[in-house]
Write a protein that binds this ligand. Structure first.
Ligand code: SF4
Length: 731
């Protein structure tokens, strides 16, 4: 029997609406839903490959328990719940609740209920946010931290589709979507055709850079210097919005002093970008009327990501690039609670607490949770609070954490490692228990998470339109399987440990800049809620009732509910902060050390920088025959001049070394990559105790990265994941 159902792809937070063809309760084909008013049929290859992922012959269908010889046997899920509960009970009794940590990953995006339940579970244990080690603190913690230090504009940034200028700093939305989940390539193309001046700052000519009117290619990691140079010009050439700044910001004079040394000549010399191009970029951006300067993951990976983000926010504020009074709200709510946008900032706040330091390196506790770059040391360092049990929820830290050898040593030292996954991933292959999760088409979906992602920083995802959608599960889990959703497993374990769970509705996100604060909901521990009930709890108090949204299977744009932004309150005392002391001190360090970046030298003459590909999302999709299966490795891209310089050729297998370790990679030429750069995707490769096969599985860039105290941010613990000096040599 053949059927079609409307659903959503949830591989990434773009949440594209899809039409699923179903045969005998199995998804066999996915295409974009052309009847959706916002996405109009857009999907990317990952969405269209969902059937192959769901029906993958190696998909995990039963819980796996590791045996003393390292092999795995299937056990019933109820047995796994029982055994995991007993082991957690014993660990907590001996070492306390802080011995339990949780690492959520992209697999969680499939189901926002999971993330909310994971936080509830840690809170109920008493472990708290300090034991919540997420990928957020290894790729872009700076987005939320910088916003906390700068302040947040209640009415939001200018929507992309209404802008005339836009600057992407190390961001490539054509591939990574960011704020343009609804067909990013087409949206950018239309914007440019309609006259938008798009500027891209990236060492590579990315898919997005190909559409830009101006492309600046700085040395990887030099974004803070480049943006400080932009600020120097904007302030000294009086290119800022004086009335807006006078009314809404403070600290201009201090910022002016801090960026004084970043003259165009100096910035050109340090970043390697022509002075004329720097001036041209500033001229284009400041001559525009609407549009933002936004950062992507790349700049955040080069250690000074928070500073990059902070400087970006300062540029937007100086240029007044926020939605003003009398205009429609830039990010309207539908499944989040209603709020009245105003043309004023929410006050900055301090997003860390020195009085509550973590165990290692004097890192304070921050709103971003545990510093994931230190997770291996949290496991290996004895003493109170040493992590003894780790729950990996849809994550793959064996390839995503820096220094894979140290991660391996740490995981081997754990008393309990649980991995929720859909395949025997690198992390699953080291776990004591592997719990098979549902896949995206097997659970209901709701666009609220997409709206709420605006709470993860400027232009992460979020929705610029008052749009909402809900879809029920499209297919059941495979017949005969014993899969269980992460939230369900944790709920059952909580019940066995006699814990009460407090679930948070209204929003997902972190920090204090809420339009409406999250709402605590005590879960009934005697009667397990259904997933539909949990979605209702998440959407409690939404501007449009979830039941109304459910009436529109193709989603709906609620054009009629737009709010007009009100003027700043006469008694408002909140101001954007342009010169936060921590950020200004970091900027001084960046200047004193000409970018504060390890420079290439004769031993390590290249700088490694990360990249994304359209066929995989981090470590997801690599074995899918329609995706990563077509090219299962991560080439090491070099400029042809560097290929000639090192006496290698495209297709050669080479040894790539950093001061932390080495891997075997395969060279590929990239014509317009900045010379001196080696561009490599993270999250490929095998485990250290496995046979290396650079063609079949790629190379693990994590082995080229370190997480020593000198390689992490001193407050937020973000490790240096990019701009790492490396060398190559033929094998
Ligand atoms: S952009 Fe691709 S992976 Fe992301 S939700 Fe859409 S189809 Fe899925």
């Amino acid at each position: 029997m053949v059927d079609t159902r409307i659903s959503m792809c949830k591989v990434c937070p773009a949440y594209c609406p899809i039409e699923v063809t179903i045969e005998n309760q199995r998804a066999v084909k996915v295409v974009g839903d052309r009847s959706n008013p916002l996405y109009k049929g857009y999907t990317c290859p990952k969405g269209r490959a969902l059937p192959e992922a769901h029906n993958h012959p190696e998909r995990l269908l039963h819980c796996q328990k590791r045996q003393p010889d390292g092999t795995y046997v299937s056990i019933p899920t109820h047995q796994a719940i029982e055994e995991v509960s007993e082991k957690l009970r014993a660990i907590i009794a001996e070492h306390g609740p802080e011995a339990v940590a949780l690492f959520p990953g992209n697999g969680n995006v499939n189901n926002p209920i999971n993330i909310t339940m994971e936080v509830a579970f840690l809170n109920a244990l008493g472990a708290g946010l300090k034991r919540f080690f997420s990928t957020q603190t290894i790729d872009q913690p700076g987005k939320v931290i910088a916003q906390a230090l700068h302040g947040k504009w209640i009415a939001g940034p200018h929507p992309f589709h209404e802008s005339d200028t836009w600057v992407l700093v190390g961001a490539n939305p054509v591939i990574s979507k960011m704020g343009l989940g609804q067909n990013p390539g087409q949206i950018i193309k239309e914007a440019v055709n309609n006259g938008m001046k798009l500027i891209v700052i990236d060492p590579r000519e990315t898919e997005s850079a190909k559409k830009a009117c101006l492309h600046l290619q700085p040395q990887p990691g030099q974004d803070p210097t480049l943006l400080a140079g932009f600020l120097h010009l904007i302030i000294n050439e009086q290119r800022y919005d004086k009335a807006f700044v006078a009314e809404n910001a403070q600290g201009l004079e201090t910022l002016k002093q801090a960026v004084a040394p970043f003259t165009p000549e100096y910035v050109a010399d340090v970043t390697g970008v022509d002075e004329a191009k720097i001036r041209e970029a500033v001229t284009i951006f400041t001559q525009g009327k609407r549009g933002s300067l936004v950062t992507g993951t790349g700049p955040h990976m080069a250690l000074h990501g928070t500073l990059v983000e902070y400087l970006a926010l300062c540029i937007n504020t100086l240029c007044g690039r926020w939605v003003r009074a009398g205009e429609p709200n830039g990010h309207p709510h539908v499944l989040l609670p209603d709020y009245q946008p105003k043309a004023q900032p929410m006050a900055p706040y301090k997003p860390w607490d020195e009085s509550d330091p973590g165990r290692l390196y004097n890192l304070p506790s921050t709103i971003m949770g545990g510093a994931t770059g230190t997770l291996a040391d949290e496991i290996l360092t004895p003493g109170k609070g040493q992590v003894k049990a780790l729950i990996c929820a849809g994550s793959n830290p064996m390839v995503s954490l820096p220094d894979q050898h140290r991660t391996t040593k740490a995981f081997e030292a754990l008393d309990l490692l649980i991995s929720f996954d859909v395949e025997m991933s690198n992390t699953a292959r080291t776990a004591h228990y592997v719990i098979p999760d549902y896949m995206g088409l097997e659970t209901p979906a709701c666009s609220q998470f997409l709206e709420a992602s605006k709470y993860y920083g400027l232009w992460t995802q979020g929705l610029e339109w008052p749009y909402a959608m809900y879809s029920p599960a499209a297919v059941p889990p495979p017949a005969g399987s014993d899969v269980i959703q992460i939230w369900d497993f944790l709920y059952e374990v909580a019940r066995k440990l006699d814990l009460s769970l407090t679930f948070y509705g209204n929003a997902a996100g972190t920090g204090q800049h809420w339009d409406k604060p999250p709402q605590a909901i005590e879960l009934d521990m005697d009667r397990k809620p259904s997933m539909e009930e949990l979605y209702e709890a998440m959407c409690a108090g939404s501007r449009v009732p979830l039941d109304e949204v459910k009436q529109h299977q193709h989603g709906k744009i609620y054009d009629d509910i737009d709010h007009t932004v009100l003027p700043r309150d006469p008694d408002c005392e909140a101001y954007f902060e342009l010169a936060d002391a921590t950020m200004m001190a970091e900027l001084a360090v960046v200047h004193a050390n000409r970018g504060d970046l390890p420079q290439p030298d004769s031993d390590y003459p290249l700088l490694m920088t990360p990249r994304r590909t359209n066929e995989v999302l981090n470590s997801i999709g690599r074995t899918n025959p329609k995706l990563g299966g077509k090219k299962p490795y991560n080439p090491a891209y070099l400029n042809p001049a560097d290929i000639a310089r090192f006496g290698v050729k495209a297709g050669d297998t080479v040894r790539i070394r950093s001061r932390f370790g080495e891997v075997i990679g395969i060279i590929e030429a990239e014509e317009k990559l900045r010379a001196g750069t080696l561009s490599l995707s993270h999250c490929f490769g095998g485990n250290p105790n496995e046979e290396e096969d650079p063609v079949a599985m790629g190379c693990c860039s994590s082995r080229l990265l370190g997480a020593n105290p000198e390689d992490i941010d001193p407050i937020f613990g973000q490790p240096r994941m990019g701009a790492v000096p490396v060398s190559i040599s033929p094998l």
